[in-house]
Design a protein around this ligand. Structure first.
Ligand SMILES: Nc1ncnc2c1ncn2[C@@H]1O[C@H](COP(=O)(O)OP(=O)(O)OP(=O)(O)O)[C@@H](O)[C@H]1O
Ligand SMILES: [Mg+2]
Length: 169
């Protein structure tokens, strides 16, 4: 699985996605910072993971998670995860969609929460979890990260995530 975001030039991202499509490698694209994407790119994305502001950028308006996810899927994506901050996330594929709750924590610094979520989501999918279970694992990782300062420095270890989930069962 390849995880991309948009801090690289669009040409580089588009080329990466084309190579991944050829090699049948699934791609998670976090469209951050939001920037216009060629139509073809949407057909090469396994998981598109915008936050609410980014989702509104691609749709031209703010809308409910249900409606936003459906309209994003209609662009040709295979799956969408709307990241909703403390409100959790909304995970949709064609024909199935559901909200995934966040974990209640005392947040002190949300920097890096999105990246933490994406990476943990990728790990859980590759371990064979279904998308909603993967989003729950990712939510736990991201919840830990917002209780700590920094971006990379706030990322939890696997053992910390597993212990956190066990405690919140
Ligand atoms: N205050 C919080 N409490 C618990 N979980 C949180 C909180 N903030 C974020 N999260 C978790 O982190 C995930 C990603 O956060 P968010 O929705 O803010 O993404 P983002 O805007 O892409 O973040 P970033 O600022 O890192 O780019 C959320 O879906 C949620 O699971
Ligand atoms: Mg983000």
């Amino acid at each position: 699985m390849v995880l991309c975001q948009l801090e690289l030039p669009i040409e580089t991202v588009a080329h990466t996605l084309a190579l991944c499509a050829q090699a049948s490698i699934p791609v998670i694209l976090d469209p951050a910072p939001a920037a216009p994407l060629p139509d073809a790119v949407f057909h090469q994305i396994a998981w598109f993971t915008p936050n609410e502001t980014e989702a509104a950028f691609y749709l031209g308006e703010k809308s409910s998670p249900e409606n936003s996810a459906q309209r994003l899927l209609d662009k040709g994506l295979q799956g969408v995860v709307l990241k909703l901050g403390a409100e959790g996330s909304y995970v949709a594929i064609r024909g199935k969609a559901a909200r995934v709750k966040s974990f209640p924590v005392q947040a002190i610094d949300s920097v890096g929460a999105g990246d933490c979520f994406n990476c943990a989501f990728a790990v859980a999918l590759l371990e064979g979890k279904d998308p909603w279970a993967a989003a729950r694992f990712a939510s736990a990782a991201a919840a830990i990260s917002v209780t700590r300062h920094g971006a990379q420095a706030s990322m939890p270890s696997r053992a910390e995530i597993d212990a956190f989930i066990a405690k919140h069962r």
